[in-house]
Design a protein around this ligand. Structure first.
Ligand code: CMC
Length: 389
């Protein structure tokens, strides 16, 4: 009825109201529930920020410890679900394995699927927070042909995840505190980013009253693309290709500017940030510190810095307001920690999970939510008669 506004890519259209995250793209501002991202990164923890995003306020000490304990109790996967991984090929992309696994959660945990039942909703949120890191680590182990470990609930959320990735059955494993601290900080920086493509996917699926696992599985698939979360892996591929080709950074930038097919400066540009991405600033600070603390020297970091310098001083990028985004430096850090590039977007997914949950929950609690159902401008054939024999 009435008229339809055309807004391909949702450049101007708000599809929802939300009280979770505030972004001012002109001034490089990002706040979770009003708290600046810089202060979150400095002072909070992954689970505390998750609580903040989901429930709206910082938790008390006892609330946080009860939340943590409850999550630790739910880390085990159903044994059949653990074996479900056997059915997937070892060379599958870990993001595909992860989305399949999360989708399968709704087959194993059928007692927490009702979005209208507050207790079931709580249980599904806890289960997902507890099990996603385990499933992510299994996707990694599967890809390198190593045996899966069981979670160690004496460890914190992040340390447990690190051990599941890098520990083996053969030897005891001690988590490196430098890796732990740096990974927790990176995960916090990824926790929410208002109506990005994957969160919008979670909301769209959830608007049909689909369960949380189904909605988040949709989000993981949306995140996997190279224009979204997949960019962190694509950045590393780009840096490695530049190094291997020996063509030099300037040559690569020229190819980007000439818009050669398929050549973009990955990790650059953002729909909302037109000045700088505050997360990228924080990640860049970490990159030098973490590589130094881990005693890693990586040419790819030098190439990244040279690329950034050249791009920031080039008219093509200046005119289009293209700046490094959160994905530009993360890959170099993840690589130094020992993660293979194919795991990078999986790390993004673990980081983003609290945001997806918070938005899904906010949408379900809002009694005015309608099913998401965009309009179109029809461009096909006009009415015509089916040919008669
Ligand atoms: N390299 C070269 N040119 C670019 C880039 C880039 N990375 N990004 C945008 N442009 C150009 C684009 O070609 C266009 O030029 P013109 O006006 O001459 O046609 C102009 O800048 C506007 O770009 P757009 O594609 O209309 O911008 P958008 O808001 O639709 O897309 C984006 C945003 C993030 C998809 C895009 O900047 C991009 O593809 N970046 C590379 C992938 C990337 O790093 N993604 C991660 C995003 S941040 C976190 C996350 O979601 O994971």
């Amino acid at each position: 009825t009435g008229y339809t506004t055309f807004d391909s890519g949702f450049v101007n259209t708000a599809a929802t109201k939300s009280a979770i995250t505030y972004i001012d793209g002109e001034h490089g501002i990002l706040r979770y529930r009003g708290y600046p991202i810089e202060q979150i990164a400095q002072n909070s923890s992954f689970l505390e920020t998750a609580w903040l995003l989901i429930y709206g306020e910082l938790p008390s000490e006892s609330e946080l410890s009860a939340f943590d304990t409850r999550i630790r109790r739910h880390t085990l996967l159903h044994e059949d679900l653990r074996r479900f991984y056997d059915a997937l090929p070892h060379n599958a992309h870990p993001m595909s394995v992860l989305s399949a696994g999360v989708s399968a959660l709704s087959t194993y945990y059928q007692d927490s699927l009702d979005p209208k039942d507050p207790e079931q909703v709580e249980l599904s949120m806890i289960r997902l927070l507890a099990k996603l890191p385990v499933m992510a680590a299994y996707a990694h182990k599967k890809s390198i042909g190593h045996a899966f470990l069981y979670p160690d609930n004496s460890l914190s959320f992040v340390d447990n995840f690190i051990k599941l990735n890098f520990g083996t059955l053969a030897e005891p494993y001690v988590v490196n505190p430098v890796v732990s601290k740096a990974l927790e900080r990176l995960l916090m920086l990824h926790e929410d980013h208002e109506q990005n493509a994957s969160t919008s996917a979670v909301r769209l699926v959830g608007s049909t009253e689909a369960n949380l696992f189904a909605s988040v599985s949709g989000g993981i698939n949306a995140l996997s693309g190279p224009l979204h979360g997949g960019a962190n892996e694509a950045v590393l591929t780009m840096l490695s290709d530049i190094k291997a080709s020996g063509e030099g950074v300037q040559k690569y930038v020229e190819r980007v500017k000439n818009k050669e097919a398929g050549v973009r400066l990955m990790g650059f540009g953002h729909r909302v940030y037109k000045n700088y991405d505050p997360r990228a600033k924080l990640v860049k600070e970490s990159a030098d510190a973490v590589l130094e603390a881990l005693g890693v020297k990586d040419d790819l970091l030098d190439i990244a810095k040279e690329l950034e310098f050249i791009a920031l001083n080039d008219d093509y990028f200046k005119e289009r307001k293209l700046y490094p985004n959160v994905d530009f430096y993360t890959g170099v850090i993840y690589k130094a920690m020992g993660f293979p590039p194919r795991m990078f977007t999986v790390l993004f997914a673990i980081g983003r999970l609290p945001g997806w949950i918070a938005h899904w929950r906010e949408m379900n609690l809002d009694t005015t939510t309608k099913i998401g159902r965009p309009q179109q401008l029809y461009t096909g054939a006009v009415a015509r008669d089916y040919p008669q024999a």
